[in-house]
Write a protein that binds this ligand. Structure first.
Ligand code: UDP
Length: 396
């Protein structure tokens, strides 16, 4: 934890240690759906070791389920983001049955349990609760499918506390106790640590990127809600006017059965396009290098829980042109550190990217403001403090 002194200062680190001592040795369990892919895994990978470093015994287990389970939970995910769903008895059996199985072979004797997102949400039904249970919601709850949300709420109501990412989502949530914790990035992880220019260029060349030409990128799981197909259309408009290249960097989360299909669709659409590269499964330093080297980062999501990729890019002083959805407006301040656009306004998005590509001074100024905004609001230290405060309150 002391490694973060240079970024947040001694006083903040001392405060975290002091607060942490109140729940030192408490045994806390996180349960999420995947160890890899997406923002939840990204955050837990940093938070869990750091909490242990300050003597809170925090653990993390991931759901085990057959492909059927993840097919159902992906349908749930899509419906939370507004898709229709037919909530059949079979889907409910698969969902609750897998949660029941997991509960049978996962013994919980911890002091507190944090369940992330809808996949393991139903676990609460299958335990004799001896400790506080928190549901941590990372999804965009602004316009959920009513039928599904009504079903899921039946589980949420059994939790002692719900932690949302934004007030706007809490408004759609359940009555009762809730808190807000903003997601965060770890400035010292491989994904976000400083890189020298020569290292950055080395990795870009490895990925076959021409470092001398302007770069526009989006870094996202291959998922219809990230709208990479729409990004191709935006890029076509930009490419007609300006010389530049597009990098679509993506991965397929272990809990996402639709990722492969989305990736293949994208490959077939992009095959004939000039200056488009699709990079699958880039490691963290490669993502870091691409976020740094890009002139503009796009985040053209149609729905977005938070969009950690946005904070990561801003931290690297790269301006972001992004959709005005979910948690993105908390990060991109329109005209300050990037631009917010309606996700369906492809011309508008292309124009904003071109404004930035054509003006290095504007990019530099916005980049500097972006880093400051992340430093003040979205660093892992603030996230750790947020959890310690909530856990202390619930354990006392
Ligand atoms: N990510 C990555 N490699 C990729 C695509 C995404 O490491 O090829 C990471 C990205 O850097 C970020 C996370 O996955 O840390 C995505 O989180 P976000 O909140 O943006 O979206 P989610 O996938 O959780 O919906």
């Amino acid at each position: 934890m002391t490694d973060y002194r240079a970024i947040v200062g001694d006083a903040k680190i001392a405060e975290i240690y002091r607060k942490g001592r109140k729940i030192s040795k408490k045994h806390i369990l996180n349960i999420s759906s995947t160890p890899y892919g997406g923002g939840v895994a990204e955050i837990l990978r940093s938070i869990v070791p750091l909490m242990n470093d300050i003597s809170i015994d925090v653990g993390w287990r991931t759901m085990v389920g057959a492909p059927d389970f993840f097919r159902v939970t992906k349908k749930f995910h899509n419906a939370i983001h507004g898709d229709p769903i037919s909530l059949t008895r079979k889907k409910i059996e698969v969902y609750e049955g897998t949660n029941l199985m997991f509960a049978k072979f996962t013994h919980v004797d911890h002091d507190l349990v944090v369940v992330h997102d809808p996949q393991p949400l139903a676990l609460i039904k299958f335990y004799k609760k001896k400790q506080p249970w928190i549901w941590r919601c990372h999804v965009d709850l602004s316009r959920p499918n009513r039928k599904l949300w009504n079903y899921l709420k039946g589980f949420v109501l059994q939790y002692d506390m719900v932690v949302y990412q934004m007030e706007e989502f809490a408004a759609q949530g359940v009555p009762g106790e809730y808190r807000i914790i903003r997601p965060s990035i770890d400035p010292l992880s491989m994904k976000n640590m400083p890189l020298s220019n020569s290292t950055m260029r080395k990795y870009l060349r490895k990925a076959g990127v021409d470092v001398k030409r302007p770069i526009v990128s989006q870094i996202s799981r291959f998922d219809k809600w990230k709208d990479q197909i729409g990004v191709l259309d935006v890029f076509d408009r930009i490419r007609k006017e300006m010389d530049c290249q597009l990098l679509l960097v993506g991965d397929i989360a272990l809990d996402d059965p639709e990722g492969q299909e989305m990736y293949e669709r994208l490959i077939s659409k992009a095959r004939k396009k000039r200056d488009v590269r699709i990079i699958l499964g880039a490691h963290d330093i490669m993502v870091n290098a691409i976020q740094r080297a890009s002139d503009v980062i796009l985040q053209k999501s149609l729905r977005e829980g938070f969009g950690l990729s946005v904070a990561e890019a801003l931290w690297k002083e790269t301006p972001v042109v992004a959709s005005n959805v979910g948690g993105i407006p908390a990060q991109v301040i329109d005209g300050e550190n990037g631009y917010l656009v309606d996700p369906h306004d492809h011309d508008g998005m292309a124009e904003k990217v071109m404004d930035l590509l054509g003006d290095k001074k504007l990019r530099d100024e916005m980049g500097a403001r972006g880093k400051r905004h992340v430093k003040e609001n979205f660093l892992i230290t603030q996230h750790i403090e947020g959890w310690i405060d909530i856990w202390t309150e619930m354990l006392s």
